[in-house]
Design a protein around this ligand. Structure first.
Ligand code: NAI
Ligand code: OAA
Length: 358
């Protein structure tokens, strides 16, 4: 080898070094790679996904799981703390997605620009003794600010909203998008997948079968009595005693509280939630790619009941929630549950809308 050649900077290394994110370095963070220059070689281009609240209890394992998703080509990790470390760590995983970190409000727009899917687990979690609604005062403002960013920078992105109280934060997000003139109800999806994941698990335990073979529709909303599992519609078709129905309904409705109490002040469900959000995010991406027949439960703008938002089965497509499926036949127990769910949901929806219009 010529001495000159040995001393010349490697073109390949220069390419990587040249793509350090100077903003992250200025703020004392670890360097990150610019996505545009670092597209996966050979594979399909994939989707650009942002996670807002990526350094949190849900955000970190969710970032890890989305980094393993082959449909993701670029993964933007945004938070107001700790993204340099999380980004450096996750970026070393030898999977396709290129990871880039963004820290603090001044980098929100850069995090969101060009995104196809935005997943939002930012906000405070519950402690024992709190309801999800007790999080409203803190999380409403966070969701508003982040959704204003979505409206500015990626108005056509599909949004998966996790931050609690979901029953109110989804209406808040809808109002933000309406005010910005970017609202498309198909693109705003409240994540209730954890309720379905729990329902599948608990029902499978009772039936003594593999939870992967069980599918329980869970409708209504995402808090207490608004979480309404439709055990009469479980697949494969299964019958339950009245005692089993009461036990399962109660356990599914209070699954979040079960975890909050077990964690005894250290937060709420994070790992199972990350699993559920990754599952739902993957379903959205597959639908956006054109895969047909993808049906998931989600809390969306809806005409299934008289309420403006309701969780039910939705058919996902290229543009998000393309069809809201009807509830199907309910038994007497479920009809009573539906009335209780609607009463509480109505108040939570109004609270969200009022927050945006005060
Ligand atoms: N939809 C659902 O099924 C579930 C929802 N949740 C909700 O998800 C939320 C997050 O829970 P955890 O991850 O356990 O909380 P966490 O406190 O561990 O993480 C939240 C993260 O959000 C970040 N954050 C705060 N303000 C922000 C802002 N303005 N912009 C960007 N990031 C910001 C924090 O810095 C933190 O890293 C909570 O509201 C919780 O109630 C939790 C479990 C299930
Ligand atoms: O219970 C909480 O506060 C978190 C949550 O939404 C859940 O685990 O379902």
């Amino acid at each position: 080898m010529q001495p000159d050649a040995a001393n010349a900077p490697s073109r390949r290394l220069a390419r990587v070094a040249g793509h350090l994110n100077p903003q992250m370095k200025e703020e004392g963070g670890a360097p990150a790679l610019r996505p545009a220059a670092c597209r996966a070689k050979g594979g399909a281009p994939g989707f650009k996904v942002a996670i807002l609240g990526a350094a949190g209890g849900i955000g970190q394992p969710l970032s890890l799981l989305m980094k393993t998703n082959p449909l993701v080509s670029v993964l933007h990790l945004y938070d107001v703390v700790n993204t340099p470390g999380v980004t450096a760590d996750i970026s070393h995983m030898d999977t396709t997605a290129v990871v880039r970190g963004f820290l603090g409000a001044q980098q929100l727009d850069a995090a969101l620009t060009g995104m196809d899917l935005v997943i939002i687990p930012a906000g405070l979690p519950r402690k024992p003794g709190m309801t999800r609604d007790d999080l409203f005062n803190k999380n409403a403002g966070i969701v508003r600010m982040l959704c204003e960013g979505v409206a500015r920078c990626c108005p056509n992105a599909i949004v998966n909203l996790i931050s609690n109280p979901v029953n109110s934060t989804v209406p808040i997000a809808a109002e933000v998008f309406k005010k910005a003139g970017t609202y498309n109800p198909k693109r705003l999806l409240g994540v209730t997948t954890l309720d379905v994941v729990r329902a599948n698990t608990f029902v499978a335990e009772v039936l003594g079968v593999d939870p992967r073979d069980v599918s329980v529709p869970v409708v209504g909303g995402h808090a207490g009595v608004t979480i309404l599992p439709l055990l009469s519609q479980v697949t494969p078709p299964s019958s339950f005693t009245q005692e089993e129905i009461k036990y399962l309904t109660n356990r599914i409705q209070n699954g979040g509280t079960e975890v909050v109490e077990a964690k005894a002040g250290a937060g709420s469900a994070t790992l199972s939630m990350a699993f559920a959000a990754a599952k739902f995010g993957d379903a959205c991406l597959r639908a956006m790619r054109g895969e047909a027949g993808i049906v998931e439960c989600s809390y969306v703008a809806s005409e299934v009941t008289e309420l403006p938002f309701f969780a039910s089965k939705v058919r996902l497509g290229r543009s998000g929630a393309e069809e809201i499926l009807p509830l199907g036949p309910l038994n007497d127990f479920e009809r009573v549950g539906l009335e209780a769910a609607k009463k509480e949901l109505s108040e939570s929806i109004q609270k969200g809308i009022a927050f945006m219009n005060k």
